[in-house]
Design a protein around this ligand. Sequence first.
Ligand code: ATP
Ligand code: MN
Length: 531
Amino acid sequence: MVENTQITKTISLEDYGINNAKVHYQLSPKKLHDKTIEMGQGQDTAFGALAVNTGEFTGRSPKDRFIVEDAITKDKVWWGNINIPFDAKKFDLLYNKVVAYLGGKEIFARDAYACADEEYRLNIRIINEYPWSNMFSYNMFLRPNEFELENFKEDWLVVNAPGFKANPKVDGTRQENFAILNFSKKIVLIGGTGYTGEIKKGIFSALNFILPVDKNTLPMHCSANVGEEGDTAIFFGLSGTGKTTLSADPDRRLIGDDEHGWTPENTIFNFEGGCYAKVINLSEENEPDIYNAIKPGAILENVVMDKAGNVDFADTSITQNTRVSYPIDHIHNIQEPSVGTNPKNIFFLTADAFGVLPPISKLTPGQAAYHFISGYTAKVAGTEEGVEEPLPSFSACFGAPFMPLHPTNYAEMLSKKMKEAHVNVWLVNTGWTGGPYGIGNRMKLKYTRAMISAALQGKLEKVNFDTHKIFGLQMPTECNNVPSEILNPKNTWKDQAAYDLKAGQLSSFFTENFKKFEAYANKEIMNGAPK
Ligand code: ATP
Ligand code: MN
């Protein structure tokens, strides 16, 4: 953990309307860790990492994520229940309230940036009410050097006030918490929630507008790593499908675990400077890289531990979404800077709780576009009340909550880039096998890893493929270190007729969901749809 950084610079927050604050600027992670403990907002763990509780919110609140409707966004944003419009005047009033609230307090400010490629760099000033949120900002954004700090001018501002509660009746919010993007003022305003993920996803959402609109660059909700030969792989997937887990591969250098851009210069770059991994049921045996990244400097969120600070990763009594954030260099094998060339392989990760999709299959360009626009995964219902039906979840571009533009903008860019780069595209089901959730089991991590390794090493080029009857997917019939019988999901089900029924059911969910996109899809894409 960085102990003492000789920052002599000080900043005032009066220009932002935050008056008489005691400003802690650019504190080292060590100081922020200690400050958090001192203020009674966190605890030491046996790992030496800090543990905090984020409060009422232990996940993002998508229904409270707004975009200010203004000259920049009005005609470009895909408005609806994902991108909810917010009145510009109301924003100004709410901003004034938030900064008034922060006035007179101890405040933690930090300058950082997003985008590891110099050309695309976005300077960010983050103003946090709490020290651990500021330490999260240190972990997750890129860290400017001393020289860069001297002349720092922010492009965007994040104001993060978890303790501030809005009054929905007058402030224009839905409830007391909110995360609002203002593209004219270049501000992300967060209040009423301490969930740190809102900070990183706020900037991600901003970049998902800025990069395609201004820089002809495709922003992606994906992880990325690179092999010995410089071959880049990227992994798209919704939350919990395995982006972070599978990109941490001891044989490949990590570029990033969540957010990347694909440039017209045929490069891929990470937006971030750190990782934010799920730690539910984390074990050193299954996920050594992530486990060993939990050391001083890391922040565990919403975990349960004993008096001696030993963390019980199986305890989900606070939330299933327990997390750890750490600077990317907590992972040993990383690419520096976090930039790669055009990907050779793209993986779409899905956690199919219906147990229908093959554990790995190869996609045609049409299927790739279809599955990208669909963005399928499944949500498993709460386990407390016993086994319940899993729910299909479709999120366009594998990240709709963060995409201000219509999904087809991103899909068209991706299709074009995939064709130009001659990428192999694979659909990987990290979800259930042997039956649906409740009957089957989650695919063994070691098998998923083996299938991905085989694909990356070109070992699936020469094998035979079977075609899935309903989804039309190409399923390899053999794969190193994976039992062949699990490669065709139907084989793993005891009841074959039940499989066909479930597969039919899932395909109709796909069809139903895709209706709203049909008008935008060409024949090639529609040929990628299930039968
Ligand atoms: P987010 O966008 O929320 O960060 P993510 O895509 O990065 O999500 P991970 O953090 O990688 O998701 O979570 C995947 C979870 O599923 C981990 O807890 C991992 O241990 C577990 N898991 C179980 N089986 C598998 C498998 N076969 N492949 C991948 N992950 C698996
Ligand atoms: Mn992740």
